[in-house]
Each structure stands twice: as C-alpha cells, then as structure tokens.
Write a protein that binds this ligand. Structure first.
Ligand SMILES: *[C@@H]1O[C@H](CO)[C@@H](O)[C@H](O)[C@H]1NC(C)=O
Ligand SMILES: *[C@@H]1O[C@H](CO)[C@@H](O)[C@H](O)[C@H]1NC(C)=O
Ligand SMILES: *[C@@H]1O[C@H](CO)[C@@H](O)[C@H](O)[C@H]1NC(C)=O
Ligand SMILES: *[C@@H]1O[C@H](CO)[C@@H](O)[C@H](O)[C@H]1NC(C)=O
Ligand SMILES: *[C@@H]1O[C@H](CO)[C@@H](O)[C@H](O)[C@H]1NC(C)=O
Length: 649
C-alpha cells in the first residue's frame, strides 16, 4: 500500500509541474498529500461535464471574532453573558461589496456575466455552472475522480488551484476544490445479560443512579419542583442512526430506571432535509438510544430537541457525509446556508448531501435553511479526523461554532474513542495515524476548533465504587469491546492554542512532559517533515470528561451495555442545560461558550489523575493532576458548577 502511495505522489508532482500557470496567478489551495492517503486518484473528469461552482468570499472581521467571543464568555469580562443577536453577527462579518465586484469582474473576462452568476442575498457567495474545461482554465487546475481505498466512496476534486493575484485576497475558497472526505463515528455495543443494580454494581453497569451519584446531581432537577417555566429544550444531534421510541417506553428503559418519566415521552423532532424518524425497533441505533436514555433521566421534565440530518437515502448509503454538520448548521441558521455571514456554506456541490434528492427515499424538498431554532446547548457524538479535510473547510465551520458561542450557545463534541489515534477504518480495525510511517498522532475534527467543548471518557474500574475517583477509560482490545477503546485527546495541527487554555496546557507539558518528541506547527502542513508525534503549540483537547463505559441501554428491546465518549458528551451537556435553566429562571443569560469559565475555575471539576489514551503504537498521554490530554480538566462536580455559574452574571 505504501509503495502505491509513493507512485501516486510522484505522478502528481510530474503533472503539477507540467501544467503551465501564468505568472499573474498564485497558488490558492493545495491539498496536503499526507491527508489523502486513503484516496486513490482515478480518471480525469470529462471536459464537457458540468460542475456547479461556488466561490466563497472572504468575510470581514473574522480575525476579531475570537476576541469578541472571549469578551462575552470570559468570567472576568464586564461583558460576560451579553450575547449577540443573529443580525449583529451578519452586520459584523458580511464580506465587502468590493470583494463581490472584483470577483465578478474576473468572471466577466471569461464570459461569465452577472446574469449567469447567482448571489446569495447577503452576497457571501457566488454560484454558477460551467463545464469542467471552463473551470479548469479559470483555475489552472485539473479535476479527477477519487475513490476511497477502504470505503469505496467516490468524489471529485483537484489537487490544487490558482487564482489571479489581485483576486486572491477576496476569495476564501472554491468548490469543487481540494476537499476529500471520509468519516467514522463513535459507536459500539455489546450484548450482555443485565441484573438491575444499585450503586454497588456501578463498576459493572452504569445506570442513571450511578451517574447522579458520581457527579452529585439531584434526581429531580431544581426547576422541576414547580414545573419548568422556560423553553430550554436541550439539543441532540444525530445522523444516520435512529432512536427507537419503543425502547424508551414504560416497559423498558424508563420503567426499570426512572418510573417518574411517563410513557410516551419523546424528543421534539427537528428533522433536517427530510430526515425521518424510524419507529420500527429494527432501525434502532446504538448512538441515538444511548443519547436519549442518558438524557431523559437527567433533564426530564425539560424537553429534548432531536436534530436529525440526512434523508433515508443518504442515511442508508455509505456515501460521503461531510455535510452532516453543514446540513445541520444550514438547518439552524439561514445565514450559514447563504454563506456570507456564517463561515461556510453547507452545500458543497460534490460532498455534501444534495436536495432535492431524486433517489428512492430521497427528500424532494429544497435544502432547509434556518428552518429550526438552535437550542442553547447542543450535544454531538459524531466526528472525523483533521486529516480528512483541508484546513479551510474546518476553519470556516469552526467560525460558525464561534458565532454560535457569541450568541450564547454551548456546543459539545465527543473527543473520540481511539486515544491519540484516528478512528479505525471500518472492516480493517486499524488505527489511523499520520506521517510516512503512520506514527504521528491524529487529532480529531471538528474537536480541535477552539470554540467547542470536548468531552473525554472516564470509567469506574472493577471493584471501585462511585465514591472513588474515576480513571480515564483504557480498554484493551477484547476487554470488553472488540476493539481497543480509550479517551480521544491530543493537539491540533491546524489551530493554535487559545489563551484560555495556555496556562493549563503549558503546565502539563512542563510538569508531566510526554515521553515523545514533538514538533511546532500552526496552520501548516509540514507537521510530518521534522519528526515528532504531536504539535506542542496546537489547541489541546479534551476540555473535560465524564463517564463513558459500561452504560446500560435498551436497544431492539434488549438490555445491552454501551460505551464511548458518545455517552460522556450528552452527560456533560445535559448538566450544562440544567445550569442554563437555573440561569434563565434567575433572569440571567445562558452560560454560552463555557471553556474560558472552565479553565479559569478548574475547581468545579473532579480532577482525574489515573489512566492513559494509547494509540499509534504508543501508550498515548497520561492523565495527571490538573489538565491533561486524556480527561481534560476532569469530570463535573455539579454542585460546585451550579455555585460558580450562578455567581456569574
Ligand atoms: C415541551 O414540548 C411540548 C411539545 O412541543 C410543549 O407543549 C411544552 O410546552 C414544552 N415544554 C417546555 C418546558 O418548553
Ligand atoms: C520512517 O521509518 C523509516 C524506516 O524506519 C525511517 O528511516 C524514517 O526516518 C521514518 N520517517 C519518519 C518521518 O519518522
Ligand atoms: C474484585 O473483587 C473480587 C472479590 O474480592 C475478586 O474476586 C475479583 O478478582 C476482583 N476483581 C478485580 C478485577 O480486581
Ligand atoms: C511549519 O512547521 C515547521 C515544522 O514542521 C516549522 O519549522 C515552521 O516554522 C512552521 N511554519 C509556520 C509558518 O508555522
Ligand atoms: C488506573 O487505570 C488503570 C488503567 O489505565 C486501571 O487498570 C486501574 O484499575 C486504575 N486504577 C484505579 C485506582 O482505578
């Protein structure tokens, strides 16, 4: 496999050098070959094939977004909690008219006049159709089909493309472009007998009672004593995996663990782009059932909103699914769909799901834009690797998370289940690591975005009780899961370390120096050139942790146990939703982006100091006193979190 890859690289270098690019043009984007090892380049696109082209224009003021967010999310700031409205966001970040004009003038020169080019209402992107031949001459590039080695996905892309020098400053990126995509999600299940247990069996079976006891959470939410007074539904994202209503019903999960929750309790569906609910238990998915069965016991009687993306066709096929976050972000934010105000469009012409979808079971409507209101807390247990996508794609998506934070939303991501390595490819079951020798740690996407909160996983080891400190999950292959499982963590190759975590992370690197060489690389694809296994300067994750092993669930009407940072994430997110409820009932704003508050007040978390996160042929990093790249700052101490956040405006 490795030698094929080298031949492929050499072939590419030869092609790139033979294509004459005029000196008036500059290279705008080029894919890092290390990030596309899984993909085999196939035949060239036919010159007459029509490509839908999108030009994303540079937004204004994005470089100020970080400071704006810190200004309203850092607990020491006078503006803490003063969240922005969506129109303030649009006004601040929309691109300048002169960018639209400059790009249109360039297109005019190719006979692509303004009438052929559609503009979004707020002028954030320009779209038109053209033949492959025309686009190749416009961008001095070549488009090829690509096939994913193990998954068989196909997509089309170029290796690099060029822009006239005077245009480059106005353009963020262009699609179809250099993007290739593959993803896997965290999920595992194991059938096993179950004897309903009390706290004494929490080292074998984690029930709602175990979780409440671990984190000191009262069973009945504070607000429920008088009935919830505010609309504070908690958001859960799912894609291609469906919850089974029957499994939630009285005779199953609720009856055994939380009889106070009435039969028929269901999430409020926010079905994006025709995604539908499968009520048949045969469709029940481990991920969705886990999320809802963890969720209701913690937040009932508050509602849960299910953001489900993808129609049945996209959910059932193994096609590329990069759109699963962009489709979601479109669905909750009209501006994002139209591009100009919010980072990136969700509608990459080749990789994201396309609507209307003519396939059987396809959604016949148009892409939904801003149809659903985003909840103030959103829990997402899906993701991929930084190396799956070019930095631009991720940074633009990350800007949307920044803007959600500015408006007082908290977004949580599962840190991954494969330690310092990338999730294994389906069927092969092997770690995905980076660099020529597959030894470099692989950071997760979109986890490394500095504006989301990452949740790692902890475990109650055998013969330990809920009163003992937890440890990081370290499950070797076969014990109990088929594949090894440990808490995802590490350092970004794309994002620099944000100020809010600098102190905590430097302290770890100084006092608990990992026994591996490291490198220094920011927004820079040469991370595999100089040796070293991780980027000493990168945004580090996870931020926090919560229990994620031996979790009891009902799936297909049977008890199973399940595990993963997929479980840890909703647990942490639901506790923040409860804190928001207290805030709202006290006339305060929501807590919004919580990382600056967490790192300023680590005393509200239970520090986890035991365990590692193996991967890439190493033992990974070690948990240690203070922040660590295995369990972050630690697990929730709910009463302390309530006290701290209630003392903030
Ligand atoms: C929960 O959702 C239901 C159905 O949409 C609604 O009637 C109810 O008011 C909601 N509860 C709260 C607290 O918002
Ligand atoms: C990869 O392994 C080869 C053979 O062991 C070694 O010579 C080379 O330096 C390694 N490259 C990197 C970047 O570690
Ligand atoms: C747990 O304790 C029991 C009883 O003392 C013992 O038999 C068992 O081996 C212990 N298990 C582990 C994993 O230490
Ligand atoms: C890129 O990374 C290399 C190490 O891989 C480092 O020496 C160099 O300074 C980095 N450049 C930038 C612009 O960050
Ligand atoms: C510490 O973690 C290891 C796995 O890394 C586990 O075997 C051990 O039981 C843990 N110790 C305690 C005290 O929980």
């Amino acid at each position: 496999m490795r030698s094929i890859f080298l031949e492929f690289l050499l072939a590419f270098v030869a092609t790139a050098q033979s294509a004459a690019v005029p000196s008036s043009h500059v290279l705008h984007e080029k894919r890092d070959p290390a990030s596309s090892k899984q993909w085999v380049r196939r035949e060239k696109l036919a010159s007459t094939e029509i490509l839908p082209m999108r030009i994303g224009l540079k937004q204004r003021n994005l470089h100020r977004g970080h400071d704006f967010l810190m200004d309203n999310s850092h607990p020491d700031s006078a503006n803490y909690g003063k969240h922005w409205t969506s129109s303030q966001i649009i006004d601040m970040f929309a691109p300048e008219q002169k960018s639209v004009d400059a790009v249109q003038e360039w297109l005019d020169g190719f006979g692509i006049g303004p009438r052929r080019v559609s503009r979004s209402q707020n002028k954030g992107w320009l779209a038109f159709d053209a033949t492959t031949e025309a686009e190749e001459s416009l961008l001095h590039t070549e488009y090829h089909h690509y096939e994913h080695r193990s998954l068989g996905h196909t997509t089309l892309a170029c290796e690099s493309y060029h822009l006239p020098k005077h245009i480059q400053e106005h353009v963020d990126y262009i699609t179809p472009g250099i993007k290739l995509f593959a993803s896997t999600k965290n999920r595992r299940n194991l059938k096993r007998g179950f004897a309903a247990g009390e706290l004494s069996t929490c080292d074998e079976f984690i029930t709602p009672a175990c979780i409440r006891s671990l984190y000191n959470v009262p069973e009945i939410p504070e607000y429920a004593k008088t009935g919830p007074r505010v609309d504070n539904s908690m958001g859960v994202f799912e894609e291609g995996d469906f919850y089974s209503p029957k499994d939630l019903e009285k005779d199953l999960f609720f009856a055994n663990f939380t009889p106070r929750i009435p039969r028929g309790t269901r999430p409020i569906p926010a079905l994006i782009d025709g995604s539908d609910l499968h009520t048949d238990v045969l469709w029940a998915g481990g991920e969705s059932n886990l999320d809802f069965q963890l969720a209701y016991p913690l937040i009932f009687p508050q509602n849960i909103t299910l953001f489900q993306t993808d129609d049945r066709y996209y959910a059932a096929t193994a096609g590329p699914r990069s759109g699963f976050f962009n489709t979601f972000l479109d669905g909750i934010d009209e501006s994002y769909c139209k591009y100009s105000a919010f980072g990136e469009t969700g509608d990459d012409s080749k990789l994201d799901p396309k609507y209307p979808d003519p396939m059987v079971w396809g959604f016949q409507g148009k892409t939904m834009c801003g149809v659903f209101k985003p909840t103030k807390v959103i829990s997402i247990s899906y993701g991929g690797q930084e190396s799956d996508l070019p930095a631009y794609y991720q940074q633009r998506q990350c800007n949307e998370f920044m803007k959600l934070g500015l408006q007082g939303h908290s977004v949580f991501f599962a840190s991954g289940d494969t330690g310092v390595a990338g999730a294994p490819r389906p069927l092969l079951g092997k770690d995905r690591c980076l660099g020529p020798n597959s030894t470099i740690f692989s950071p997760a996407w979109p986890n490394t975005c500095p504006y989301v909160t990452n949740v790692g996983a902890t475990k109650v080891f055998p013969n330990r009780s809920v009163r003992d400190p937890e440890s990081a999950v370290v499950d070797p292959p076969g014990h109990p899961w088929r594949v090894a499982y440990s808490s995802g963590g590490g350092f970004s190759n794309i994002y620099a370390r944000p100020d809010y975590q600098k102190h905590a992370v430097s302290k770890y690197l100084r006092d608990h120096k990992p026994p591996y060489p490291c490198y220094e690389s920011i927004s820079n694809s040469s991370f595999d050139k100089h040796g070293g296994l991780f980027n000493r300067l990168g945004r580090a994750y996870p931020d926090v942790a919560a229990n994620g092993d031996n979790i009891v669930v009902y799936i297909n009407g049977e008890f199973q146990i399940s595990g993963g940072t997929s479980a840890s994430t909703p647990i942490f997110a639901f506790l923040i939703n409860r804190i928001n409820e207290l805030h709202l009932n006290a006339g305060k704003s929501t807590v919004g982006f919580i990382n600056p508050a967490l790192y300023s007040h680590p005393e509200m978390l239970n520090d986890i100091t035991n365990g590692t996160n193996p991967g890439c042929g190493t033992a990974g990093f070690s948990a240690a006193p203070g922040w660590d790249p295995v369990t972050g700052l630690g697990t929730p101490n709910f009463p302390k979190m309530v006290k701290l956040f209630m003392n903030l405006p």
